[in-house]
Design a protein around this ligand. Structure first.
Ligand code: NA7
Length: 550
């Protein structure tokens, strides 16, 4: 087995654990953690960032599979906090691929000299709130004991990959990979019989490239996904210049939008307000433009099932046009759940790949995978002989990374127990009973439904300003009031129930992880309303939070 399904921290062998004291400990060196460290440095606080990987990047450090790319345009999916940075960095393509995003994150880390406050190959194993001292006592897997007034959990939304769910991987003689733990060296599938399990964004990105290399590729599909063309292309220098000439204006519009990407203008009309011809033109325009802009084709697409069906059928028609074998096309057509209620994927030649002679689709809805055998995977009574199996089976999203850590708040209360029926937060930023523990893009915030880089910036700024406020006011701690948390949770659910999102078994609801409570995880009210609420809370003196005197 080659799959590194448990990131292996390096212990400081033979060395005794060390003791440290910081104002703030940050966990995770992705977009959020890096910017958090930058802000804390600017505030003159002592801070250390711990990261399990041996480098920065978070999502973009781990997900190195062939074809890994961002499906939000790079000029938008990038930091806005430094005008110099956003002017000087040049993206080579409309959508950056993983190596370029990783290079960018490394550049930012070095440009702002942040690496000296980072410790890599170190996982936080537990953090316990010591009530007497009002400090978090943190343990790491390298034996360090760290005390901090504040903890910022920048642990990411899609950073706890689902484990392999079939028995017998140890009996399999071939190689096993997971897209989220891809080896750092190139994997060569030439001449191999390869199986890819999973057809979400990761599967849909890697399948066309693996198909080009493998002798034969079996795609094991449980649920077909809606995928639209990415239409990635080299960056047009004139276009880049025009964006950079007025970057601040683009950023302002992104912050005032719901999804945080503006390069295809959101439509303000509703689906049946226009003629069928105009509707078709709108969808065609977005199909040609490429990318994720379908969410904003009409304002009611995610709240009106009938409206949603128009875009769903538009995409199915495109799939039927692309895939030559009609029976195969039908298997690839998503049905039975609304467009967008599972994350829409963007692709380069995904459906066309199924016209290749060396690609076979295996429909797991007919028979699920039973187990690994020595030679491959057994599906029903059929054994598929494979040299390599690639799992693109997704993540324990939004809560997994946090709940994998032993987090204990006031009175020794375990976060895992508090969240046993689903996460409870105020604004996705904090949870009652866990003072001074901040979460970036946590459950109950727009997070994965907004441009993640800008969403992280908004959270980090809120947290930094909050810490500054506490220090100026000589307060020792902050945590949400139970009533505020409960009211926010009710609001999050109420908004979700007005949408079509609850109609799909998606990771937005935890429905992809066996046994996980089915609860809406991101806030669906849109970023604009959300950030207004965050600002309002502050302007009303941290309304809904309890601030403790020193
Ligand atoms: P996703 O989107 O969760 O996709 C995982 C895929 O794997 C999906 O097709 C799942 O089918 C399938 N899956 C999961 N578990 C199994 C098992 N046990 N057997 C067969 N198939 C399985 O993860 P990705 O990594 O592709 O993308 C995550 C996000 O990253 C994406 O949404 C973007 O935001 C970027 P299912 O639909 O559950 O039936």
């Amino acid at each position: 087995m080659k799959a590194d399904t448990q990131a292996k921290p390096t212990k400081l062998d033979g060395q005794p654990g060390r003791d440290f004291d910081f104002d703030v400990v940050v966990i995770g060196a992705g977009f959020a953690g890096i910017y958090m460290l930058y802000r804390l440095r600017g505030m003159g606080l002592s801070a250390r960032l711990y990261e399990a990987g041996d480098g920065v990047g978070g999502t973009w450090y781990w997900n190195r599979y062939p074809g890994a790319a961002c499906d939000v345009a790079s000029l938008e999916y990038s930091y806005s906090f430094s005008e110099e940075l956003q002017q000087e960095w040049k993206w080579s393509h409309r959508y950056a691929k993983q190596p370029e995003i990783l290079a960018y994150i490394n550049h930012v880390t070095d440009r702002f000299d942040l690496r000296r406050d980072m410790q890599f190959k170190t996982r936080m194993t537990s953090t316990v709130f010591a009530e007497g001292k009002r400090r978090w006592q943190i343990a790491t897997d390298c034996g360090d004991r760290v005390s901090a007034q504040f903890c910022v959990m920048a642990t990411g939304c899609l950073s706890a990959p689902k484990p392999i769910e079939y028995p017998g991987p140890e009996s399999f003689k071939g190689n096993v990979y997971h897209t989220a733990y891809w080896p750092h060296e190139r994997v060569d599938f030439s001449g191999q019989r390869v199986g890819v399990v999973g057809t979400g964004s990761s599967g849909i990105q890697c399948i066309p490239l693996i198909a080009e290399e493998a002798a034969h590729l079996h795609v094991f599909q449980r649920t077909p996904n809606f995928s639209v063309p990415a239409r990635n292309c080299p960056m047009d220098p004139d276009y880049e210049r025009s964006i950079k000439a007025n970057y601040a204006e683009l950023r302002r519009r992104e912050r005032e939008s719901d999804f945080g990407f503006m390069l295809v203008e959101p439509n303000t009309k509703s689906t049946f307000e226009v003629t069928p011809e105009e509707r078709q033109r709108e969808y065609e325009h977005r199909w040609e433009a490429g990318g994720l802009s379908y969410y904003t084709s009409f304002v009611d697409l995610m709240v009106n099932r009938e409206a949603n069906e128009t875009v769903a059928e538009f995409v199915r028609t495109k799939i039927r046009e692309k895939v030559r074998d009609p029976a195969l096309a039908e298997l690839l057509c998503p049905k039975g759940y609304p467009f967008g209620a599972k994350r829409v994927c963007t692709d380069t030649n995904y459906y066309e790949t199924f016209n290749r002679d060396n690609v076979t689709l295996v429909d797991l809805r007919k028979s699920p995978i039973k187990k690994f055998t020595a030679k491959g995977l057994q599906v029903g009574d059929t054994e598929y002989e494979l040299d390599s199996v690639v799992f693109a089976t997704g993540f324990d999203a939004m809560t997994g990374a946090l709940l994998n850590i032993d987090i204990r708040g006031r009175g020794g209360r375990l976060l895992k127990q508090k969240w046993a029926e689903g996460p409870r937060t105020y604004l996705g930023l904090m949870t009652e009973g866990f003072p001074n523990l901040f979460i970036t893009t946590g459950p109950g915030s727009p997070s994965v439904l907004y441009n993640m880089v800008l969403g992280n910036e908004q959270h980090v700024d809120w947290i930094a300003n909050c810490i500054e406020h506490l220090r100026k006011q000589d307060r020792a701690a902050i945590e949400p009031a139970v009533e505020a948390e409960q009211a926010w949770g009710e609001h999050v659910n109420e908004v979700a129930n007005q949408t079509l999102f609850p109609l799909a078994d998606s990771w937005y609801l935890g429905a992809n992880v066996p046994g996980k409570p089915r609860v809406i995880l991101p806030y669906l009210g849109g970023f604009r309303a959300y950030s207004q609420k965050c600002n309002e809370v502050v302007s009303k003196g941290y309304e809904g939070f309890a601030l403790t005197a020193r």
